[in-house]
Structure formats: C-alpha cells, structure tokens
Design a protein around this ligand. Sequence first.
Ligand SMILES: C[S@@+](CC[C@H](N)C(=O)[O-])C[C@H]1O[C@@H](n2cnc3c(N)ncnc32)[C@H](O)[C@@H]1O
Length: 189
Amino acid sequence: MERIDKWNNRYQTTIPLPPPCQVLANYTHLLPATGTALDLACGLGANALLLAQHGLETFAWDYAQAAITRLQSEAQSQQLHIQTEIRDVVTRPPQPATFDVIVICHFLARQLAPALIAALKPKGLLFYQTFARTTVTACGPCNPEFRLAEGELLQLFQALQPLIYHEEKDIGDTTQGLRNEVLLIAQKN
Ligand SMILES: C[S@@+](CC[C@H](N)C(=O)[O-])C[C@H]1O[C@@H](n2cnc3c(N)ncnc32)[C@H](O)[C@@H]1O
C-alpha cells in the first residue's frame, strides 16, 4: 500500500484529533501576535487550529485528503479560517520568505531543511518536534530513517538560532521527563 493511502485510511477511520504538540502548546507565548504560520504535514491539524486561535494567518498542508477534509470541518465548527491545501510538501515545499512561523510535528524529511530555513521570513520561528532514535518506551515509527539521531535536529537547522532545545535521551530517571522525542524552537536572523 502506498504511504499516502495508509494515511488516508487512518484519517478516515480511527484517529481522533490529537492535542497540539508540546513544542507549540508549551511555548505559545513565543508566537508573534500577527503574521503567517504554516503547519507542515499537518495531519488533522491540531497545531494549525492553535495557530489560528492565536490569531495568525494560518496555512495547513498535508498530502492526505482525508486529513484536510477533517481539518476543514473542525476549523469551520470552531469558526476559524485556515487555508488548507492537499499538497506533497516534499515535491512542493514552501516558497522562500513566506512564513513567520513554521510548525512541524512527527514528520521528518531531512532534504526539506534548506527549503524550510529559506521559507522563514527574517526573525521567523521554527517549531519542530519529532521522534528520537534513543527511546525509553516503544512509540513512533519502527523505521529508524524516520527518527532523529542524537543532536541531528540542531545540526539540520544550524543556520537558525536555537531558542529552546530539548533532548533527554535515556539519562537519569527515565520514568520522568519528556522522552522519546526531540523539540527545537529556532529563529532566523
Ligand atoms: C505522524 S503524522 C503527523 C501529523 C501531524 N503533524 C500531527 O502531529 O498530528 C505524519 C503526517 O505527514 C503527512 N505526510 C507524509 N508525507 C507527506 C508529504 N510528502 N507531503 C505532505 N504530507 C505528508 C501524512 O499524511 C501525515 O498526516
């Protein structure tokens, strides 16, 4: 089965709307009051909904039609305007200098990093959260290609200024803390 079919099937059936990701929900205070924001590979668009609730002109892209349909319906019911698009973000990444905020959660396409950096406007913010290879419990994708090596997110976005970086690995009391995932908020000069 094609990956896109797998995602469409999931969104048509089982997945409830998840909460916004921690990298955004815990640091909403860093968002600008106005501007453009993109939820890239948005899925059901919990992050896009938060961005729109915050007052940003919000765009949400995903190649799974079923996800975009559900997001449109949720945005309508919350009386929010989100500019949704069924879009393959790998073959059609964002244009240079178009967004003040880009949010990416649980999606990793390393080759997109230069285009994402270019797509931020000056002082623009990247919010990124995804799965690490170093884990303490089983969750997320089985394929290590879809997981970050230690320090990799910092390295991919080294052209940006890091504001928040969170990677706990498997150090200390692994029953506590935010494990299995890495968070980065970084700003363009
Ligand atoms: C694990 S889900 C995460 C969804 C959302 N960001 C979240 O955190 O709830 C990964 C998403 O990436 C989307 N995706 C994968 N490859 C894509 C591509 N090339 N272009 C656009 N969307 C893609 C899938 O359709 C799916 O919705």
